[in-house]
Design a protein around this ligand. Structure first.
Ligand code: SF4
Ligand code: SF4
Length: 384
């Protein structure tokens, strides 16, 4: 008897992509949220089944569905493990869009971020301030407009010392300016299901850069880096700070004059690693610092652990568990410093280290570079 397959007749791109999952379960070995929740509906495979249910209208756009789909950190680790190469992050973002289109209740933290980006141009709930106000006097910056430094919301509001140090280090070797008052890249809009709003926002933001005839942007935040590089409607060259440090070291412009006799473990941020495939630049920069012994965490490069940053507001316990694990891995690797290259990862790992009994100091590579280049006498800039 031939069984009828009503499902095969569903002409929906989301549904068709979901069919590529053949439920092998390999993603369970990598999904950070499953690692904490230990239940299939918090894992990649379970989420894909829920998405099918949403498309087939078997499952209503309920709070539970919102919860399971929004708890995904979009870390892409499952995509590295999936033998069927399911584009999980695209699938989840598209499903989030459908939920938003259906008027499903958005989690309050995301609702606030969306409102803040659309009305104020930052995710912080505060209007953008001139960078000179956030970072202190940056009068020493050149008025160069062709290359601008983009700080990003997290560093400019929460870790201005790091942003300022990165800027000062770079400004010694290259001509660069800032946008004066900068707006958020808007990437969060896309990840929470508002891609049309993101497109409009990006077009408006791109116009501001074009009016200033910007040709190149140096970015501190890996999420901004990906959004500017891959999602904005322009041809502006986008570089992450670690790439610029590497380039400056290669041509002999940046020199490290101070030693740091320490074992350093590097944590790959999802947006710099799996998204942008930038694994080597930060490592090369760290290895160039005299005295640094670079060690690898048990989970690194393509299989690095997510710090849980994207879900820190709504699923704080998930973030706490994941960030604590990375700090512990650094300790097990014998590191006295845990370095990362992302202000959001820094925020989460630093928070975890403050709650931990371990002695590992969390830093961002810009701090180590600034120290080795002689711009600051002491690190970390933010102490537990
Ligand atoms: S690894 Fe890929 S194919 Fe296997 S269950 Fe997970 S998403 Fe599906
Ligand atoms: S992207 Fe990350 S959090 Fe989301 S399902 Fe895949 S492994 Fe889990």
């Amino acid at each position: 008897m031939k069984l009828a397959s009503p499902l095969a007749e569903v002409d929906d791109s989301l549904y068709i992509e979901s069919l590529r999952c053949f439920r092998c379960g390999l993603c369970r070995t990598g999904c950070p949220v499953f690692e904490v929740q230990r239940s299939e509906d918090w894992n990649t495979r379970g989420r894909i089944l829920l998405i099918r249910g949403l498309v087939l209208k078997d499952i209503p756009p309920s709070q539970l569905l919102v919860d399971r789909l929004f708890s995904c950190t979009l870390c892409k680790k499952c995509e590295e493990l999936c033998p069927s190469k399911v584009n999980v992050t695209q699938l989840i973002c598209e499903a989030r869009s459908r939920l938003a289109d259906n008027g499903a209740p958005l989690l309050s933290s995301y609702r606030k971020q969306r409102e803040s980006i659309l009305s104020l141009g930052t995710i912080t709930g505060r209007p953008p301030s001139p960078l000179s106000k956030l970072l202190g006097d940056v009068g020493w910056l050149t008025q160069c407009r062709s290359t601008v430094f983009h700080v990003g919301c997290v560093a400019s509001y929460s870790y201005p010392l790091i942003a300022r140090l990165a800027l000062e280090t770079l400004a010694r070797h290259i001509s660069l300016g800032t946008m004066g008052t900068e707006k958020c890249c808007g990437g969060v809009l896309q990840t929470i299901g508002y891609s049309k709003e993101f497109e409009k926002y990006a077009e408006e933001n791109a116009r501001l850069f074009e009016e200033k005839e910007v040709e190149e942007i140096v970015v501190l935040c890996p999420m901004c880096y990906n959004v500017f590089k891959s999602e904005y409607p322009w041809n502006i060259r986008v570089l992450h700070t670690s790439q610029v440090y590497e380039e400056l070291l290669d041509i002999g412009k940046l020199a490290f004059t101070r030693r740091l006799d320490a074992t350093v473990a590097y944590h790959d941020p999802c947006h710099l690693g799996r998204y942008a495939k930038l694994y080597d630049s930060p490592r090369k920069v760290l290895e160039n610092i005299p005295g640094v012994k670079l060690v690898e965490l048990e989970c690194s490069r393509e299989l690095s652990s997510c710090c849980g940053g994207p879900v820190r507001s709504s699923y704080t316990w998930v973030r706490d568990h994941l960030s604590d694990k990375i700090v512990r891995l650094a300790d097990e690797a014998g590191a006295s410093y845990l370095a990362t290259a992302c202000p959001t990862c820094f925020h989460n790992l630093y928070s975890a280290s403050m709650l931990s009994d371990l002695q590992v100091k969390v830093v961002i590579i810009d701090e180590l570079v600034g120290f080795a280049a002689g711009l600051v006498g002491e690190i970390p800039l933010y102490k537990p």
